[in-house]
Ligand binder design. Structure first.
Ligand code: ATP
Ligand code: MG
Length: 362
């Protein structure tokens, strides 16, 4: 389900997934042979602080240059990309349309009526729609899902891509890209997720997202403003490091022995508390669900050593770290050992890269 897919024209089988997020640009290219996927290329390129803030690009040039470096390092030759915008910047609505309308007429009619549903002028938004199916209430109508995103948000992303020489083919919504990557995690769910309730927690730099799956279907999502940025700032303060130095030290090591007890333990307690709070919101919103069968941690913070055991002990839930590429072959140029240390943070990039194999991206 990629509502915004058609915004920018058709697709291509060769497509890289590009997750432009607050801490970094993450690039991933997958290939498929039969039922098996393999990782062809990957790169993570750190971004300076505040060039992407609250999911929005404030400096397309700096981001474009980081994308160019990621492309270079990854060695990919593909120049078509799938990107995502944050859900909060997209308005979606289900409307009813006469079932008898042909595609072109439907488009005309939706455009004519869209201003009733969208609180912006049509010049300011990219608009897309998808027929969901027959209306339950009225057999002569179909339900149509509308998606609108302010042009400005897409334009900054497209500008950054263009600086790097990339052509945007698919514009998705982050939450859908995350859902799209979930089948890559079935192998680590009890009973492959069938009949089970699984909490997937994406622990990013600025944002923590909870996605709950029941019997493999998404049933709940929630975002909280919490993430690894807080730990980066604690490190900067405690050891007099710059943002870049602290970010590198988290990923590659080199902090004093006191780091664990003075800084990290406190952060892990906060993190467990945030997850617990998100789960409580889920339980109160979905009263029929009383238990979570297993939890999977994703995002960069899932790579903190021992985080799964620490969270499992505090929340008393079987917990593991996301391994989306565990069942894939990895090309040598995709640096398998480095990828293994970054893979939990690549889920959105993976969900986007998988769009290359969608039937409707021809
Ligand atoms: N190996 C690691 N150990 C500890 N922290 C790490 C490691 N790798 C990445 N991080 C931290 O994870 C965070 C980045 O995670 P991620 O890439 O998932 O975030 P993001 O997608 O950029 O952020 P957001 O989704 O909030 O915009 C940063 O704070 C980074 O310092
Ligand atoms: Mg993220």
């Amino acid at each position: 389900m990629s509502f915004l897919q058609s915004l920018l024209g058709g697709g291509s089988r060769e497509l890289i997934g590009l997750d432009i997020s607050s801490s970094s640009v993450k690039l991933l290219e997958l290939a498929r042979r039969g039922e098996r996927y393999s990782v062809e290329a990957y790169a993570i390129e750190a971004l300076p602080a505040n060039v992407v803030n609250d999911k929005q690009i404030t400096d397309p040039k700096v981001v474009g240059e980081a994308i160019a470096r990621a492309l270079n390092r990854s060695g990919t030759r593909t120049r078509h990309a799938a990107i995502a915008v944050a859900g909060a910047s997209v308005i979606t609505k289900t409307i009813s349309m006469p079932a008898s309308l042909k595609d072109n007429d439907m488009e005309e009619q939706i455009k004519a009526e869209a201003d009733q549903y969208i609180p912006y002028s049509l010049d300011e938004v990219n608009l897309d729609f998808q027929v969901v199916g027959a209306s339950a209430k009225d057999p002569t109508s179909v339900d149509v899902q509308l998606a609108a995103c302010r042009k400005e948000l897409i334009e900054h992303r497209v500008a950054a891509l263009e600086i790097a020489g990339l052509i945007p083919r698919v514009v998705d919504i982050e939450a859908y890209a995350l859902e799209n990557a979930c089948p890559l995690l079935y192998h680590q769910m009890p009973d492959q997720g069938v009949g089970k309730t699984i909490a997937l927690v994406d622990l990013g730099a600025q944002m923590t997202s909870l996605l709950v799956l029941h019997d493999r279907q998404p049933i709940y999502t929630r975002d909280q403003a919490f993430g690894g940025r807080q730990l980066t700032e604690d490190i900067m303060r405690s050891y007099g490091m710059s943002y870049e130095e602290a970010g590198r030290a988290k990923r590659f090591g080199g902090l004093p022995d006191s780091y664990q007890s003075e800084v990290l333990d406190g952060f892990i307690s906060d993190l467990a508390l945030q997850i617990d709070r998100a789960l409580q919101f889920f339980f109160s919103a979905a009263a029929q669900h009383r238990t979570i069968d297993a939890m999977i941690l994703a995002g960069g913070c899932a790579h903190i050593a021992g985080i799964d055991a620490a969270v499992q002990e505090r929340l008393r839930l079987p917990t593991s770290v996301a391994r989306p590429f565990a069942q894939m072959g990895v090309a040598a140029r995709a640096k398998p050992s480095q990828l293994a240390q970054d893979e939990a943070s690549m889920l959105i990039a993976a969900g986007l890269a998988l769009r290359a194999f969608d039937e409707d991206v021809a």
